[in-house]
Ligand binder design. Structure first.
Ligand SMILES: NC(=O)c1ccc[n+]([C@@H]2O[C@H](COP(=O)([O-])OP(=O)(O)OC[C@H]3O[C@@H](n4cnc5c(N)ncnc54)[C@H](OP(=O)(O)O)[C@@H]3O)[C@@H](O)[C@H]2O)c1
Length: 268
């Protein structure tokens, strides 16, 4: 049984905290007394959220505007975030998807997606882990997806990017678990946020296994407390990730394609 995780008075770096799941992380961590470094491209939103959380919870909040699609930005972000403070929890949450046939989605957009969803996650986790190893404690939550468990036609690069995050996180979890450092892959199912409008995947409101950003974050923090390696919020979603392991891969791939097409037909 892992020792209980402690939040109050420590620092968390939350990427993609201007909206959706990242904003919910910021709110719940601040309510637990964590100081925050918030980052995303929309600095006005970070500043407004930071002022609200400082006022409501008496924590310190530092906003750092950053475009993680640009090579080298994750290094700059880590340097700014960790200057003069120990980052105890890294939430690698920033990410986006794009729906469409692989050959039709512009190549530059897909390379950008890999940069944000994979390369920046890897770079920040590497910086954080080395700093945490010096202290002998800390935690990393990498936001993956249930899309990580099987190929998803029309979301091919997105699903592949999340499979990268899941595999990377579980391997690191195994490498560092004895050292007291916690690493979790958070694998949400459909969660109503700005993700659907950005990716063009249709409304998530009435989808199978839908959970709110608050429910997703509560499940992640529960997993952090327990020292689990990955977390799939929602029983239906969890069972679906087991089902795909026993069904033939071709059948799973066809079913995933149908689910994405059906969801996209609904108006966002
Ligand atoms: N919503 C779902 O159904 C769902 C399901 C499974 C997994 N996820 C994952 O959950 C994570 C959060 O997504 P969400 O649902 O909360 O979506 P969201 O509401 O669109 O939020 C995405 C966040 O990422 C930031 N971001 C996007 N591109 C960025 C860039 N180039 N540089 C820096 N920040 C960037 C956005 O901030 P700015 O636009 O201000 O930069 C925003 O804060 C993502 O990794 C997503 O893949 C979502």
């Amino acid at each position: 049984m892992a020792a209980r995780w402690s939040y109050a008075g420590r620092w968390a770096l939350v990427t993609g905290s201007s909206a959706g799941i990242g904003e919910a992380f910021a709110r719940q961590l601040a309510a637990k007394g964590m100081n925050l470094v918030l980052t995303a491209r929309r600095e006005d939103r970070l500043r407004a959220l930071g002022a609200e959380l400082e006022h409501a919870h008496g924590v310190a909040v530092v906003p750092i505007a950053c475009d993680l699609a640009r090579p080298g930005e994750a290094d700059r972000l880590w340097a700014g975030a960790s200057e003069g403070r120990t980052i105890h929890l890294l939430v690698n949450n920033a990410g986006f998807g794009a729906r469409g046939a692989f050959h039709e989605i512009p190549l530059a957009r897909q390379v950008e997606m890999v940069q944000v969803n994979c390369t920046a996650v890897l770079e920040l986790a590497h910086h954080a882990l080395n700093a945490m190893r010096e202290k002998g404690e800390g935690g990393i939550i990498n936001v993956s997806s249930i899309a990580a468990f099987q190929p998803v036609a029309s979301l091919s690069t997105y699903a592949a990017s999340k499979a990268f995050v899941l595999s990377l996180s579980e391997a690191i979890w195994s490498e560092v678990r004895a050292s007291g450092i916690r690493v979790i892959a958070l694998c949400p199912g459909r969660t109503p946020t700005e993700f659907q409008a950005v990716a063009g995947t249709g409304s998530a409101d009435s989808a199978f296994g839908v959970r709110s950003p608050d429910q997703v974050v509560a499940a992640a923090l529960d997993a952090l407390d327990s020292g689990r390696s990955y977390e799939v919020p929602g029983l239906e979603n969890y069972l679906a990730t087991w089902l795909v392991r026993v069904l033939p891969r071709s059948a799973v791939t066809r079913a995933a394609k149908r689910l994405v097409s059906r969801a996209a037909e609904k108006k966002s």
